[in-house]
Design a protein around this ligand. Structure first.
Ligand code: NAP
Length: 473
């Protein structure tokens, strides 16, 4: 079994302590990842702090050129990395290929943004003074990423942090650390100075605590569950440590009677079943206007039934396995709870009898408001559908959630598009679009879905301090 390295101060290091990484399509271990203890994390932060001075003083253009080199290396190794994502995460290979392409695009975007950390000169209040606004890099960043998009969500932090002039230590999810290890190899091949980027793996609680407690770590950028996000908020209070938080979601989809039905079905299918339903922006609640409720359900169920489930390495497969047994238990519980509450099970609902963690793509109709799946993230290919009568009711139901990451609507009415865009409580809204993410647009949520934005020009800001310099003349 191959052991993958961490990356410390410019060295790809295989440690004595390792842990097994499993393939969710088989449930079997297929590789090992190196693992470090807390003192190594302390040292990595110290090394990143020392490397910060040199890195921040490189020009934006110089840092951008380094990011372009990493992007080229990632692109060169794209097939190998995509395969590795499918092995450790389970997602269909075409989606892994898409993930690598998007990560490469993020690197190239932030390579260019590195030159655009603009400050400004503001008009003075008294003639004896002039005022500059400068943007300066925050310092050492601790980045923590989840398993569901193991490469792209790590790069979404690392690329802007490096572009801004920060040094970064990445801790990937323990279920999917391997593509991060290969990413570290790409950084190494690109020739970044030692300790500008480092990769660690190990106990999340220990690493997270060191990021929180160590005053040299100036910022934590976290993507993961709201539950862990709240723990980080508590821990960060001691040093008032800045946090960027990309947390859970519970996206509503609103399908109006004026929508193009087939576009609405395809868009909802993409929003629901991409990454086997294990996406923070996955459709969790689908509200369809009463007059088209049954035709929508008929078409949606037909398309859902046709989705091919299996090992993501099979090029025909559209739905891979869930990440683990815990995810399987949750999916079953959500379906059973909805059915107990009176929902109609229109297709799926069962675990597939084979190795790994395969769950049938599932559609539930008439799901009661209080059903578990109507307020908890299911993180599985389970689509709960309900009917609504009027636009106002649909908006009210859509906003009835602690989360506010993304929302979707299908309509051809321009006025309604604006009303929805303004009133839906979500950081990202897809109108006639089931996959609204774009490198150049800000990504993030409101309410309990988090703080701050990644991507777009906002993405760089998360790693910059704003300084006012007042000059007497
Ligand atoms: P998670 O359990 O919160 O884990 C995310 C990361 O945090 C992992 O690297 C994990 O490490 C680490 N972690 C766990 N406990 C920690 C602690 N006490 N201190 C510091 N770090 C800790 O979430 P997940 O199950 O991997 O991911 C699914 C969740 O992420 C869902 O809620 C999803 O909606 C959310 N998500 C949000 C976005 C977004 O952009 N808003 C994107 C993707 C996913 P270990 O793996 O070692 O436990």
């Amino acid at each position: 079994m191959k052991t993958y390295p961490v990356y410390l101060k410019g060295d790809l290091t295989i440690t004595e302590k390792t842990f097994v990484v499993k393939n969710p399509a088989t449930g079997e271990g297929f590789a090992r990842m190196s693992s470090v203890d807390r003192p190594v994390v302390t040292q990595a932060i110290q090394d990143a702090h020392e490397a910060f001075h040199g890195w921040r003083h490189l020009s934006g253009k110089g840092r951008g050129e380094m990011l372009h080199k990493i992007a080229s290396e990632l692109h060169r190794r794209r097939e190998e990395i995509a395969r590795l994502i499918t092995l450790e995460n389970g997602k269909p290979l075409t989606q892994s290929q898409g993930e690598v392409a998007m990560a490469t695009d993020h690197l190239r975007w932030f390579a260019e943004e590195a030159r655009r950390a603009y400050g400004r000169v503001i008009p003075h209040q008294v003639d004896e003074k002039r005022h500059l606004i400068l943007k300066t890099p925050i310092g050492v960043v601790g980045a923590i990423s989840p398993w569901n998009f193991p490469l792209v969500l790590a790069v979404r932090k690392v690329a802007p942090a490096l572009a801004a002039g920060c040094t970064v230590i990445l801790k990937p999810a323990s279920r999917t650390p391997l593509c991060a290890s290969v990413f570290a190899e790409c950084v190494n091949a690109a020739g970044l100075p030692a300790a500008v980027f480092q990769l660690i793996a190990g106990s999340a609680a220990e690493i997270g605590q060191e990021f929180l407690d160590n005053p040299l770590c100036r910022k934590i950028s976290f993507t993961g569950s709201t539950e862990v996000g709240k723990k980080l908020i508590e821990g960060a209070a001691k040093q008032v440590k800045p946090l960027s938080l990309e947390l859970g979601g519970h996206a509503p989809v609103l399908v109006f009677e004026d929508a193009d039905l087939s576009d609405a079905v395809e868009g909802t299918l993409a929003a629901k079943f991409r990454n086997t339903g294990q996406s923070c922006i996955a459709a969790n609640r689908i509200y369809v206007q009463r007059s088209i409720y049954e035709p929508f359900l008929k078409a949606f169920v037909e398309r859902t039934r046709a989705l091919k489930v299996g090992d993501g390495l099979d090029p025909e497969v559209q739905i891979g396995p869930l990440i683990d047994e815990e995810a399987m238990v949750k999916a079953l519980e959500h379906v059973q709870d909805a059915v107990r509450g009176g929902a109609r099970l229109l297709c799926g609902g069962n675990r597939l009898e084979r190795a790994g963690f395969f769950f049938e793509p599932t559609v539930l109709a008439d799901v009661p408001k209080g059903g578990l799946c109507m307020y908890e993230e299911t993180f599985a290919p389970v689509a709960p559908v309900c009917a609504f009568e009027k636009e106002a009711q649909a908006i009210e139901q859509a906003n009835h959630s602690a989360y506010g990451l993304s929302a979707y609507a299908f309509t051809r009415d321009l006025g309604r598009m604006f009303r929805l865009a303004e009133s839906l409580e979500a950081g990202m809204i897809g109108i006639n679009d089931g996959v609204p993410t774009a490198t150049q647009a800000p990504f993030g949520g409101v309410k309990q879905s988090g703080w701050g934005r990644e991507l777009g020009s906002e993405g760089l800001d998360a790693f910059l301090d704003t300084k006012h310099v007042s000059i007497g003349i």
